[in-house]
Design a protein around this ligand. Structure first.
Ligand code: ADP
Ligand code: MG
Length: 393
């Protein structure tokens, strides 16, 4: 099938254009791999277009199930397609304007989360150029972000990047492995009204190479610190954050905004079930996927428009850190990663259901600015309104 992407639904970032629809859910289907091909595994998915995925019934006589999303990336879609049509460009534009944004990959181990974010194993760590063809969404986003900054010569920008891992509900700094044996604390900041990680190493990034170096360093430290990369990455979450401070001074306005983009590579979604498996210590059983389970609860609560109840952000490290994007002030992109073959089918259905639920969430994003600047801006607006009124008199 030639069309690698269902282009009928893409529009110009239409998924994020409405004020009330700021969770964009896309699905990426990875190609059949060599092993699956060698044993001729059955392909369970069809793509009729319009963002739809048809899953064949797993037993004879069972009806096919149809799911629909903002965009579906079929197996032949390229890394560039994901940059262009996932809606990430809109998130980056909003981060530059002062919104908190999060892009996360969800799916079972082996479904292509890391590939989507950072490309094939070892690519970033090999020191490949930031313009290498296989790079994933993170490096492509860095390149786009710097393009955006060049489009605003009237503003001054300060970018700060950090990269952490959550393993067993412990936050580890991937940029400062010397201290990584001592978990960092997540605390509440009254000033910014959001959670932050205390003593997290942050790197000032003046150019593309600086951001790229942050990614490379963190990914290197991640693989050095683990005995089996695969087992480790299926249990841990990584969060790479870029904070974007924008200082704008025009004739009589001085204003700073504080935007952010998080890239989150989640633990394998199958882990929520394995949490109860035997052979784990009690702490591990409780903790290993607490973050993933709580993220699921938060999404379920947020997506149920009728309930205005308590959203349990505070119940896990990951949801604390993502609260300001998920909670209604920001913009979120969920990339649900799935494999097309029969042996993965029950996890694929779980992921598609989870993604369908996330699609129902409504948020109203707000720009974060300094309290003083916000006051000045609102007074200036008042003055302008009064002046306009005077003109009418
Ligand atoms: P996950 O992070 O979800 O566990 P990975 O991203 O590590 O999964 O993907 C598993 C394997 O499949 C990797 O070798 C990866 O390079 C490959 N892969 C995943 N998605 C794609 C894709 N879209 N195109 C080519 N290879 C892919
Ligand atoms: Mg991975």
């Amino acid at each position: 099938r030639a069309a690698s992407l269902d282009r009928s639904t893409q529009g110009s970032n239409s998924a994020l254009s409405s004020e009330e629809d700021n969770i964009n859910v896309v699905v990426r289907v990875r190609p059949v791999n060599d092993k699956e091909r060698s044993i001729r595994e059955q392909n369970m998915l069809e793509f009729p277009g319009k963002g739809q995925i048809v899953c064949q019934g797993s037993a004879p006589g069972q009806k096919p199930k149809v799911f629909s999303y903002n965009v579906v990336f079929e197996p032949a879609a390229t890394q560039e397609d994901v940059l262009e049509y996932s809606g990430i460009k809109r998130l980056l534009e909003m981060a530059v304007q002062g919104f908190s944004c999060t892009a996360f990959c969800y799916g079972q181990t082996g479904s292509g989360k890391t590939h989507t974010l950072t490309g094939p194993p070892g690519l970033v760590e090999s020191g490949a150029s930031p313009f290498a063809a296989d790079h994933g969404l993170v490096v492509r986003s860095f390149v786009y972000l710097f393009q955006l900054l060049r489009d605003h010569p009237d503003c001054h920008f300060v970018l700060k990047a950090s990269f952490l891992e959550i393993y067993n509900e412990k936050v580890m700094d991937l940029l400062n492995p010397g201290t990584s044996r001592k978990p960092l604390q997540v605390r509440w900041s009254k000033d910014s009204r959001s959670f932050y990680v205390e003593n997290l190493f942050t790197v000032d990034c003046e150019q593309l190479d600086d951001l790229f170096a942050v990614l490379e360093e963190g990914m290197r430290n991640r693989s050095v610190g683990s005995h089996s990369m695969n087992a480790h990455s299926s249990r841990s979450h990584t969060v790479l954050s870029v904070r974007v401070r924008r200082d704008e001074s025009s004739r009589d306005v001085r204003c700073s905004t504080h935007g952010k983009i998080n890239f989150v590579d989640l633990a394998g979604s199958e882990m929520t079930k394995r949490t109860n498996s035997t052979g784990k210590t009690l702490e591990e059983a409780n903790n290993i996927n607490r973050s993933l389970m709580v993220l699921g609860y938060c999404i379920a609560q947020l997506s149920d428009g009728r309930k205005k109840g308590h959203i349990p952000y505070r119940d896990s490290k990951l949801t604390k850190l993502l609260a300001d994007s998920l909670a209604g002030n920001g913009v979120t992109l969920m990339i649900a990663c799935i494999s097309p073959t029969k042996s993965n089918f029950s996890e694929t259905l779980n992921t598609l259901r989870y993604a369908a639920r996330a699609k129902k969430i409504k948020t109203k994003p707000i720009v974060k600015m300094d309290a003083r600047d916000a006051l000045i801006l609102s007074l200036q607006r008042e003055v302008q309104a009064l002046q306009a009124e005077n003109m009418h008199l």
